[in-house]
Design a binder for this molecule. Structure first.
Ligand SMILES: [Zn+2]
Length: 442
């Protein structure tokens, strides 16, 4: 039999895989070449780290108060923890064709592991946890060993931890390097503060902050990889851990973030900042919810955030239409028609100086109201002898209002974005005029 001496393989289990990536970075070796005898060389240093005050605090929340790193009844924790880790190493076996381990599925997994070894085990899935339910779960010694490195990969968010999992080697390796950077800084300064942290209390904000950093730091991330990213936010503390939150960022949103950040990162910052309310202190953006982030994650529109006061817009049509196409999944033909109609209306307004029509579009209260303005513009165009008019019947039915009255406001807003962009120079000295017309009308 050809012996496969590669101990670690990625499993799809976020705790095990996170641990494997942490091990790779911590030992500075590729996972395929790591052997138990290499691993033994740095278990001592890991235990020393975990037993510092800063990390011990975190250990209670990652591995409960019963672990070898925390249990108050263990007098010599250093010895107990080291024996535990090295004991797991002694049980290392190469993977077989199959096995009962729920993570790798390639080794037998007895005894059952409990929450003090694998966070949140006991329920069989990660989301629900019932106090007193301590039956445990099947993890082999190799996977269990990997999970002991998970604290390095965790990012503190308030009282919980965020574990990032992406089907992207680049991202996971990058994050593991950040983890090792964090511990090296702590070791060299002698200031042990525990898991990675930057003061975030809102996990969605923290996740976007991390992804934005990933996009800045990994220059070739896209289009080489276009990953979706999942964050598991949990605490394993005490008898009654809080349920885990799972935040999933799909790859189309990742792609949009890459695009807008690379094209115009200050525009993206302005859009994001509009998602906060009542920011008073610098740290508020870490502790207050952000509706732009929330809308993106919950598949709601962020079109309104592209608009500034006084008919100004953020970004340009290139960015805006990329959002419509990639995130809103809008049909490309529809986007093209909306642009064309927006251009026609903008040209009409500059040509005729009829800013009243613009105001009517902005203030339309209903689908019929908006259609009416279009009708008036069409009549004006016909009177001018301009052909073809604003749009064809087919464009009207299929591209402008494919859902009839249902999403007319969205159509209106997209048109306005394009009109404001085209009229940005023209409108500069028209603001007062439009205001006067409006007052007259009222
Ligand atoms: Zn396993």
């Amino acid at each position: 039999m050809l012996e496969d001496k590669k101990y670690f393989t990625l499993t799809g289990n976020p705790f095990v895989d996170g641990g494997i990536y942490a091990i790779e970075a911590y030992y500075g070796k590729d996972l395929s070449s790591l052997k138990p005898e290499d691993l033994k060389k740095k278990t001592d240093a890991l235990v020393d780290l975990y037993l510092t005050d800063g990390w011990k605090k975190n250990m209670f929340s990652v591995f409960t108060g019963n672990s070898k790193f925390t249990n108050p009844s263990i007098k010599n924790k250093k010895e107990a923890a080291l024996n535990y880790l090295n004991g797991l190493l002694k049980e290392f076996t190469p993977p077989k064709k199959n096995g009962s381990c729920v993570a790798c599925g390639r080794r037998e997994a007895l005894p059952l592991r409990k929450r003090d070894e694998i966070p949140l085990t006991g329920s069989g899935n990660f989301v629900n946890f019932f106090s007193g339910f301590s039956q445990g779960e099947r993890y082999c010694s190799v996977c269990t060993f990997a999970v002991q490195f998970i604290p390095l990969m965790l990012y503190s968010v308030g009282n919980r931890f965020m574990l990032i999992h992406a089907v992207s080697e680049k991202i996971m390796k990058y994050w593991a390097r950040e983890a090792v950077k964090n511990i090296n800084e702590q070791i060299s300064s002698g200031n042990y503060t525990g898991c990675m942290q930057e003061g975030y209390k809102v996990s969605k904000n923290a996740l976007f902050h991390i992804i934005e950093k990933i996009i800045r730091d990994i220059k070739d991330i896209y289009p080489d990889e276009n990953p979706s990213i999942t964050a598991y936010v949990f605490s394993n503390y005490g008898q009654n851990p809080a349920p885990m939150d799972i935040i999933h960022l799909p790859n189309n949103i990742f792609k949009f973030l890459v695009y807008i950040q690379r094209l115009d990162s200050s525009c993206w910052r302005k859009i994001v900042n509009k998602g906060y309310r009542n920011i008073k202190k610098d740290d508020d953006y870490k502790v207050k919810r952000n509706s732009v982030y929330e809308n993106l994650l919950e598949n709601r529109s962020i079109i309104e955030y592209f608009f500034e006061k006084k008919r100004n817009i953020l970004g340009n049509w290139k960015i805006f239409s990329f959002y419509l196409k990639e995130v809103k999944k809008m049909d490309e033909k529809r986007i093209e028609v909306l642009k064309k109609v927006g251009d026609k209306i903008a040209n009409y307004i500059t040509r005729t100086d009829n800013t009243k029509r613009l105001y009517s579009i902005e203030t339309a209260k209903t689908y019929e109201g908006l259609r009416n303005v279009f009708l008036k513009i069409t009549k004006d165009l016909i009177a001018e002898g301009i052909n073809p008019p604003l749009f064809t019947t087919d464009e009207f039915l299929n591209q402008l209002f494919p859902e009839g009255a249902l999403s007319w406001k969205e159509t209106r807003d997209i048109l306005l974005f394009r009109i404001y962009e085209k009229l940005s120079e023209y409108l500069k000295d028209k603001k007062e005029i439009i205001k006067e017309i409006n007052e007259e009308e009222e």
